[in-house]
Write a protein that binds this ligand. Sequence first.
Ligand SMILES: NC(=O)c1ccc[n+]([C@@H]2O[C@H](COP(=O)([O-])OP(=O)(O)OC[C@H]3O[C@@H](n4cnc5c(N)ncnc54)[C@H](OP(=O)(O)O)[C@@H]3O)[C@@H](O)[C@H]2O)c1
Length: 344
Amino acid sequence: MRDGYVVAVVGATGAVGRQAVAILEARGFPVRELRLAASGRSAGKRVDGHPVVALSEDVFDGCDIAIFDVPDGVSAEWAPRAAARGAVVIDNSATFLLEPDVPLVIPEINGQRVKDRPRGIVANPNCTTATFLLPLAPLHRAYGLRRVVACSYQSVSGAGQAGTEQLWRELRAAVERGEPLREPLGQAFPHPIALNVLPAVGSVRDGGHTSEEVKAQQESRKILEHPGVEVGITCVRVPTLVGHGVAVHATFDRSPDLEEVREILRTAPGVEVVDEPRSARYPTPLLAAGRDPAYVGRIRLDGAGNLAFFVVADNLRKGAALNAVQIAETLVALEPELRAHARV
Ligand SMILES: NC(=O)c1ccc[n+]([C@@H]2O[C@H](COP(=O)([O-])OP(=O)(O)OC[C@H]3O[C@@H](n4cnc5c(N)ncnc54)[C@H](OP(=O)(O)O)[C@@H]3O)[C@@H](O)[C@H]2O)c1
């Protein structure tokens, strides 16, 4: 192995970027030099004691790995520029998720895919997709996944720092007034999110689906390499701080045996089973927040013959920053002499 890598975190002041900085350190990723960048507004700030600079081409000079935690438009402009300068980009935005020449990777499921990156970019999946695919991938291998019908319960931090700030602001105002608010106190959500749920996450597309729902379907097909799988999901924003939950109802080619399902999930990487509903032991966002696994419980056959379960993972960690650092770990384990562009 080399004497560590030069790693940049772009968007280091944001909800995901801050986690990425902390996780790189906590997991002991071999960093020789850490460079943090954000918008010009943040130049001169510090994150975990490291200085932040305004994003520029200089950030990528001699950089081995650049983790991008910025809005879609910023990734679209800067990720190719970073790759052109020789960095392998791990991108957390939605920009490259579905590009055929960009691997979309959850290391526990398809880590080997990092080796095929002709554009020098590896994409990190959407936080909701990552959450429900961790348990579904091993079940697909065992039983053949045919269809998924799901509903998500997505926390406000999924909309970044602005989402978290809006919920706290509204909660304080609602407590002070002694009643729910009628107007939002922020730009992250179009309605009050405090004491409310919003049945739309992302922008609305043709057919009435939201961008988050379209991503969940298309990313599932790409990651599982299963173009025929049907995914119907309603994505809902709820007033929790961290942790996206998904209620999953899945149909397989072969009928799953519940005891075998539990055993498959108990040994699945990145998954932890918490399933003693009679003693109120099941996954919740508060259980998952700040932790690495996707927690699965309420495992049962539903009244319509599907396998049903509830899964929750920390959207800022497994849904974003942790997965990105795991991609970096996979890259350097498979190719210690990292090259920016590779095609297997
Ligand atoms: N939050 C989640 O659960 C989650 C999960 C999966 C993927 N993602 C994706 O990860 C990305 C970051 O999300 P987030 O939740 O961390 O958002 P956030 O809290 O709003 O942070 C955005 C970051 O991008 C930086 N930035 C904005 N405009 C920039 C520009 N023109 N040049 C350079 N830096 C710029 C911001 O810097 P300043 O502080 O200087 O403005 C900040 O560091 C997004 O693409 C999001 O869709 C988020």
